[in-house]
Design a protein around this ligand. Structure first.
Ligand code: FAD
Length: 359
């Protein structure tokens, strides 16, 4: 890309599941790369956030990666699911996908800010500027880890990490690790770390284990709850708050080992550990915050899409369209923050935006 202003129809920001799905449908409807649309991604390589997942996350421990349109994931996997790392298999799939459908992604290109100028969007990147009629934002959440604030955090002399920093349980050997969070990542990391060292598991609310199956109907119901929230302009909320924690064989085994011993949230962090409101303390070397992510949307701040509640009011068939600016679609946000949701949202956003802009 040159440093000059480059004019295009639609800028797709992010080339994870959501961005690639949108790009596939834009191209399928006859838009060419360049004048019709461009795809920008700040990562060096294909794979969206999957390329950064911890090495022990394999295709048998993820919930499941949905196929992108037109090419089954299974056709690109070498090896058995229990051993194949998600951090290599999914990026390989995306790379093959980009090649197969001629979806040239400009990378690494970081979008710094998007604003409106004379009826068009001006997209400022670290490699030049774009001028576009519409935006499909697909920047995910990985760049925006969330850690809640607790008094004393700055005093703690141990190490504080977020899920995003986790590589392997072995690095914690001989240390006492406090794991914070009630989501799937918290449980998975607790499982791994509790095998090699002492752990304390704390959660703000009682974890909600889901004993029954989680089929299509349950999935649709969970999505409907989040969709309803974002249509009202509320922040989407955490995944586990609507899906619960599925009781897998791994969770049964953790129960049997006695590691699912949940403690309530502490009220304070001390120099050497954590303290509960009743004064009890636990010494700790590491606090691992498995407290989730927020949508990475800071670059859209000048568009003023947010409500006072902090959420973004969404409209459109699958709630991908920003109600305050119908030429901006957010995919992989709220109800589409899963691989299956991102897939559907990509299609809806592409078709609606093409129709809206008359491209
Ligand atoms: P991402 O894959 O995060 O892609 C976003 C892309 O945008 C990245 O490539 C990034 O480089 C780029 N980007 C970000 N900011 C900028 C910028 N400013 N400028 C340019 N580029 C930018 N979902 C499932 O369905 N099944 C699972 O098993 C599952 N497991 C998960 C496990 C973990 C640990 C996590 C955190 C999530 C998991 N999810 C799972 C959720 C799922 O990963 C995402 O919802 C889904 O992959 C959608 O991806 P995306 O395209 O929205 O975002």
């Amino acid at each position: 890309i040159s440093r000059l202003l480059y004019k295009t129809g639609i800028v797709v920001i992010g080339a994870g599941q959501a961005g690639l799905s949108a790009a596939y449908h834009l191209k399928n409807r006859g838009l060419g790369i360049g004048h019709g649309f461009v795809i920008l991604d700040q990562s060096q390589h294909p794979g969206g956030a999957w390329q950064y997942r911890w090495p022990s996350l394999t295709l048998s421990t993820v919930n499941g990666v949905h196929d992108l349109p037109g090419l089954p994931f299974a056709d690109t996997i070498a090896g058995t699911a229990s051993t194949v790392k998600a951090s290599t298999a999914v990026p390989h799939y995306f790379e093959v996908y980009e090649h197969t459908f001629g979806l040239a992604v400009y990378r690494p290109v970081k979008v710094k800010v998007v604003c409106e100028r004379e009826g068009r969007f001006r997209v400022e990147t670290d490699r030049g500027f774009f001028s576009a009629q519409g935006i499909i934002n697909a920047t995910g959440t990985w760049e925006t880890p969330y850690i809640p604030e607790y008094p004393g955090a700055a005093r703690f002399q141990g190490v504080q990490l977020h899920t995003k920093d986790y590589r392997s349980a072995d690095t914690f050997q001989g240390k006492h690790v406090v794991i914070v969070g009630a989501g799937i990542s918290a449980i998975q990391l607790l499982d791994e770390i509790s095998r090699v060292t002492k752990t304390t598991w704390v959660t703000r609310r009682l974890p909600v284990f889901r004993e029954g199956p989680f089929g299509e109907a349950e999935g649709r119901a969970a999505v409907a709850v989040v969709e309803d929230r974002v249509r009202k302009g509320l922040p989407p909320g955490s995944v586990v708050s609507v899906t619960g924690l599925p009781v897998t064989a791994a969770i049964e085994a953790m129960r049997a080992r006695g590691v699912l011993d949940r403690k309530p949230m502490f009220s304070e962090i001390t120099e050497t550990g954590i303290r509960w409101p009743d004064g009890r303390e636990q010494q700790a070397d590491v606090i691992l915050w498995c407290t989730g992510f927020r949508s990475s949307l800071d670059h859209l701040t000048p568009l003023m899409l947010r409500e006072e509640s902090g959420g973004i009011a969404m409209a459109g068939r699958l709630a991908t369209q920003a109600a305050k600016n119908p030429r901006v679609h957010l995919v992989g946000y709220g109800p589409s923050a899963s691989t299956i949701g991102a897939n559907r949202a990509g299609r809806a956003a592409a078709l609606e935006l093409i129709a809206h802009l008359g491209l």
